[in-house]
Design a protein around this ligand. Sequence first.
Ligand code: NAD
Length: 499
Amino acid sequence: MSYPFSFPSSSAVGAPPLLRHYIGGEFVVSDARFENRSPVTGEVLALVSEARAPEVDRAVTAARAALEGPWGRFDVPQRAALLNRIADCIERRFDDFVAAEVADTGRPVQQARTLDIARGVANFRTFAQLISTTPNEMFESRAVDGSDQFSYVVRKPLGVVGIISPWNLPMLLMTWKVAPALAMGNCVVVKPSEETPSSATLLAEVMHEAGVPAGVFNLVHGFGPNSAGEALTQHKDVSAITFTGESRTGSAIMKAVADDVKEISFELGGKNAAVVFADTDFDAAVEGVRRSSFTNAGQVCLCSERVYVERPIFERFVAALKEKTEAMKIGYPDEANVDMGPVISHGHRDKVLSYYHLAVDEGATVVTGGGTPTFGDVRDGGAYVEPTILTGLPDSARCVREEIFGPVCHIAPFDAEDEVIGRVNDSAYGLAACVWTTNLARAHRVSRQMHTGLVWVNTWFSRDLRTPFGGTRHSGLGREGGRHSLDFYSELSTICVKL
Ligand code: NAD
């Protein structure tokens, strides 16, 4: 599988390719550059143009102009057709997208095929269908003078939407916002993570191929502070910021948009719990927790980093999860049956390892893992860490309270339902939880008491894109998904008519 930018169309022969911004329908470079490195080997994959305030300003100006052009007159069927065309174009270049995502992240090819890029396609198709079938509200009423009236609601675009996305599921999370924003008639300026610029660059090519009018979709590469991200949040002509990333970045963005009172939607961090009751289908729960702890090397905001197991099955559960974890294959993205690749970068590897060391300092027992694997080949230059299981920490330990965002879980025993609900909810975060039980009444009772935006019962990571998605407290602000996305990405306006 080769990196899809192997033809250096915009740089000297032999040099790494140069990834460009996409502004006003054109691919452009800027003087500042940064490196995109492979987390598998550490080698430089590409240089990336870095946008700062002037480039961001050009992108926002192009987006504003596009709102006034033909795009502003696209009706719902035209926008739905365009979204489906974008999905078709991604499908035509499916292998390129897979290669881009795998190169940037080192994740298993199979995951990129079945999850990341497949969901990118699904995001466009889902919102094409939703805008085609979602009615607007209408109410009939009687006014004080006895006359009849009706009120109906129209949806208008917000204007220019700034989309700032993270590196952990680059294509999936970026298109989760691009699709509904375009569906509602907005223009967008997208700032992908500096760690994962490749699939976003391909998406810009697809937008071009699909005939998206110039200025409707703009892409600027760069970092957050003092770079493209900050310039986007501070730009006066940006109407809304939709952001996925760390909670403290969300807090910084909230401050940056406060003076202009921009609309915001935040999908932030998590410290999610899985609760395993003794009556669970044991094998299903062990495999479920293995997936929910180690998928994507633990770099999913929904991963379970806190596992609570009812005391009668605690020892057996820890032993079974250890065995399954040690059987996981860590390796190259395109190896057969590979389960886990590296984490995103050397910097992130060091952060995860620092938590592994902190856990030991805090008194944890390391059941398995706790360090880095060695391969004796080029992967030793990559950003691999071992999948790690910890036990023995109190609920007050930093490793049990702070998001680590790596392949790690801490398992603790519990004795009673109310006790475990209290422990799960005693967190600054509130994104997702899993409940493993065969007792139907308990499943519903416990799920309703979780202070999280999402609860899975006997499963994990299954998503119906029509349902609301988001977190409570430090895990986010607002909900996206289904009509909740349509609501966020549009300005609702009520028209009251006297008959
Ligand atoms: P991050 O906050 O470091 O970066 C996310 C994006 O914000 C990047 O594009 C970055 O360049 C940009 N950014 C950083 N500082 C900025 C600033 N001051 N102004 C504007 N932009 C800025 O997050 P990350 O490390 O890329 O992603 C991992 C985090 O994302 C984890 O905390 C994870 O839980 C969270 N996440 C949440 C969800 C969800 O749906 N709730 C989904 C995926 C990831």
